[in-house]
Write a protein that binds this ligand. Structure first.
Ligand SMILES: [Zn+2]
Length: 236
């Protein structure tokens, strides 16, 4: 029986992703406390339900941990004075008469005429400023890892910070631009290291550690950073 996109087991809602790169089921509790199962193609629905049930205690523990990291993100109203994170700092929104979204003298300007479309306009801004910034930023890391980067794009990537392809293209979630630069470096390095090693095996982490000694601290900070970010419904 084909696997559904999502599954309810008891009171757990689980998003299901099929990946032919996986050999066993991986359960993850995301930074918003939602649960994802990455499943190899040969696993069927019943088998998956059993696995989820057997790991319930662990899942509940993780969910509680994630929730305790912070209150749920407040809904934005897109009024002047509201804070939006950019490179680890909060910038206040300023409603102006016209123009595309831009950062001027420490205020994030949004046209009143774009208010109805505010989430999309703001996401577009993160992507626009993100691309040149990240392309500059990633260069020295690519050199350090010894890989050739053939392209970088900023886009929505769901719950992932980044992804990469074997031919050296890296995709980065636009929301990454809200993180402090040192955490962005970790995200970039992580994807570059994947160009050399697809999985998260010891060889992969060795590449990361060589390029960024003490990366573990940043990896832990990144796990908590997600809750402070602005992620509008539908755009992620
Ligand atoms: Zn990875």
């Amino acid at each position: 029986m084909a696997l559904p996109d999502s599954l309810t087991v008891g009171d757990l809602d689980v998003t299901v992703e099929v990946s032919d790169r996986r050999r066993s089921v991986r359960l993850t509790v995301e930074r918003d406390a939602s649960v994802t199962a990455v499943v190899p193609p040969q696993v069927d629905r019943d088998a998956l339900v059993k696995i989820i049930e057997s790991r319930r205690r662990w899942l509940y523990g993780k969910i509680a941990e994630r929730r305790s990291l912070g209150e749920p993100r407040p809904e934005r109203e897109y009024v002047s004075g509201e804070g939006f994170p950019y490179l680890g700092r909060s910038y206040r929104l300023l409603l102006v008469d016209e123009g595309p979204v831009r950062l001027v003298r420490g205020r994030l300007e949004l046209a009143r005429t774009d208010l109805e479309d505010a989430p999309r306009q703001l996401v577009r801004w993160y992507r626009k400023v993100g691309e040149p910034w990240l392309r500059r930023r990633i260069r020295p890391w690519a050199e350090r890892v010894g890989v050739t980067l053939s392209g970088l794009r900023v886009m929505p990537l769901g719950h992932r910070w980044g992804s990469c392809s074997v031919d050296g293209r890296v995709n980065i979630h636009w929301a990454t631009m809200q993180l402090p630069p040192d955490l962005i470096d970790y995200v970039l390095l992580h994807e570059l290291a994947h160009i050399r090693h697809r999985d998260h095996g010891p060889a992969f982490w060795k590449v990361v550690a060589l390029a960024m000694p003490g990366y573990e601290v940043r990896r832990e900070r990144l796990k908590r950073a997600g809750l402070d970010l602005w992620l509008p419904d539908g755009a992620v």
